[in-house]
Design a protein around this ligand. Structure first.
Ligand SMILES: *Cc1c(COP(=O)(O)O)cnc(C)c1O
Length: 410
C-alpha cells in the first residue's frame, strides 16, 4: 500500500475507489505483489532445481491460482476439493501435491485417480497405500523432525504433541512397511509450522531429512514445506529468504553429492506468497465511547477475518478515508455477537462513522477462513492486475445462505 497525494493505493489503484465501486466488506489482492513474492523466492534458490508448490489453503480463488500457474508455480493441496480447484485452474496433476492429514483412505484413492503426488503422514495410511498399490504408485512421506518453529504452538506443527507427520523416531517402522509392500518412495517432506524465524531452524530439520534420505534410494525430491515468516507489524522479525537460501543451497548441493543424484528441492509457501498482497476493506458503522475505550465498530467480524481472535494475530489497521487526520487511540471490533476484537489501543487517524477501515496483510488465511456465522454473507474478492481492478468473487446473497436448506412441513 502506498500513499500518494493523500490517497492510499495498491497496484496503482485507489483503495477508496475500490471500496466505492465494489462495496464493503471486500478483500482486495494486488496481483503484482503476489508475482513479485513468487519471483523473489524462485530467484533466491536459483542455483538449485527448486519447485514452488503454492499452499492454496491460504487463498484459493481461481484467479489467484491461474496467476501463480502462469508464473510456473505448482500447488500444495490439503483436501480433495483444493485438489479439484487446482485441476480446474489448469494445473497439470504432476505439479500438484496432496498433503492431507487425517482424511479417509477413500479420499486418498480419489487423489491417486487424479494422478497427483501423494504425501502420506500416517503409518496406518501407508499400510493401506501399500496394500492397495504396491509399487505401482509412488508416494512421498511426511516426517515430523520434532523441531519447534516459532513460539506459537497453535501454528507450530513440529512439536512432540503434534498430529502432523510421521515421527522421525518411527522411521524403522516406516521402513518395515515400505519393504513389506515394496512401496516406491519418491519424496520426503517436512512442514514444521507457520513461523520459522531463522535459517538455523530450517537447517536443523533439513539435516534430519538428509539423514533419513539415506534409507530411501528412489527419491526425486525433498519438500521442506513452509513456515516463512512475514512481517505483520513494523519491526517484526521476518525470514530472511536470501539468507536462508544461501545456507540451504550450499548444504543441499553437498547432500545431493552424497546422495549420488541431483534431487529437486520443493517448498510450499502460502503466507509468504499472498499475505502482503491482501487488503481487507471494511466500513466503520459506529463509534462507541465507553468508560474504558473508544470502539470503532465495523461492518465485519470474526466471520470474515478470524486470525486476530484465533491466533492472536496482529493485523495493521489504517483509516484510509482520513489520511491527514489527527491520530487517536481506538479499539477496533466487529459486529458479531461474540467478542471479536481486531485490535486494542490502535492508533488510527481520527475515525468518523462511514470511514473505510483497511486491514493489511489480509491475503493469507483471510477469505479462506471466513464463515457465515450470524447469518452474514461472505464478502467479495477483487484482484488488482495490470492497473485494473477485477471482481473475482461476488459477495454472497440471501439465496446462497439458504441454498442447501430443505424445507419440511412442521
Ligand atoms: C499450511 C501449509 C503450508 C503453508 O504454510 P504457510 O505458513 O502459509 O506458508 C505448507 N505446507 C503444508 C503441508 C501446510 O499445511
Amino acid at each position: 500500500m502506498e500513499i500518494k497525494e493523500n490517497e492510499y493505493t495498491a497496484g496503482g489503484i485507489s483503495l477508496l475507489e475500490i471500496a466505492e465501486t465494489f462495496g464493503t466488506p471486500v478483500y482486495v489482492y494486488d496481483g503484482g505483489k503476489i508475482i513479485a513474492q513468487y519471483k523473489r523466492l524462485k530467484k533466491a534458490f536459483e542455483p538449485l532445481n527448486v519447485k514452488i508448490k503454492y499452499a492454496c489453503k491460504a487463498l484459493n480463488n481461481s484467479a489467484i491460482l491461474k496467476l501463480l500457474k502462469s508464473e510456473g508455480a505448482g500447488l500444495d493441496t490439503v483436501s480433495i476439493n483444493e485438489l479439484l480447484l487446482g485441476l480446474r485452474a489448469g494445473f497439470p496433476p504432476n505439479e500438484i501435491i496432496f498433503t492431507p492429514n487425517c482424511v479417509s483412505f477413500a479420499e486418498i484413492k480419489e487423489a491417486v485417480a487424479h494422478k497427483v503426488h501423494i504425501n502420506i503422514d500416517n503409518i496406518s495410511i501407508l499400510e493401506q497405500f501399500g496394500a492397495e498399490y504396491g509399487n505401482s504408485i509412488p508416494c512421498c512421506i511426511r516426517l515430523n523432525p520434532h523441531i519447534l518453529a516459532g513460539g506459537n504452538t497453535k501454528i507450530s506443527t513440529g512439536h512432540i504433541d503434534s498430529k502432523f507427520g510421521i515421527s522421525i523416531y518411527q522411521l524403522r517402522h516406516v521402513l518395515r512397511v515400505i519393504k513389506t509392500y515394496n512401496i516406491k518412495v519418491n519424496g520426503l517432506h517436512m512442514h514444521t509450522g507457520s513461523d520459522i524465524l531463522d535459517a538455523g531452524v530450517f537447517l536443523q530439520g533439513a539435516e534430519i531429512l538428509f539423514e533419513a534420505a539415506k534409507d530411501f534410494p528412489d527419491l526425486d525430491f525433498i519438500d521442506f514445506g513452509s513456515g516463512f515468516k512475514v512481517a505483520y507489524k513494523e519491526g517484526d522479525v521476518t525470514t530472511d529468504i536470501e539468507d536462508l537460501a544461501a545456507a540451504i543451497t550450499q548444504r543441499f548441493q553437498e547432500f545431493c553429492k552424497e546422495y549420488g543424484r541431483n534431487l529437486e528441492l520443493w517448498f510450499e509457501p502460502g503466507k509468504f506468497i499472498v499475505s502482503e498482497s491482501g487488503y481487507f476493506l471494511t466500513k466503520c458503522n459506529v463509534i462507541k465511547q465507553t468508560t474504558a475505550t473508544v470502539f470503532v465498530g465495523i461492518n465485519s467480524g470474526l466471520n470474515h477475518l478470524i486470525r486476530p481472535m484465533l491466533y492472536d494475530a496482529y493485523h495493521e489497521i489504517v483509516n484510509i478515508s482520513n489520511p491527514t487526520g489527527k491520530p487517536r487511540i481506538y479499539t477496533v471490533v466487529g459486529y458479531i455477537c461474540e467478542t471479536d476484537t481486531f485490535g486494542w489501543d490502535r492508533k488510527l487517524n481520527e475515525v468518523h462513522e462511514g470511514d473505510i477501515i483497511c486491514f493489511k496483510n489480509a491475503g493469507a488465511y483471510g477469505f479462506t477462513m471466513s464463515s457465515n456465522y450470524n447469518a452474514r454473507f461472505r464478502p467479495a474478492e477483487v484482484l488488482i492486475y495490470k492497473n485494473q481492478a477485477h471482481l473475482i468473487r461476488k459477495a454472497e446473497n440471501f439465496e446462497d445462505l439458504t441454498r442447501n436448506e430443505i424445507e419440511i412441513n412442521l
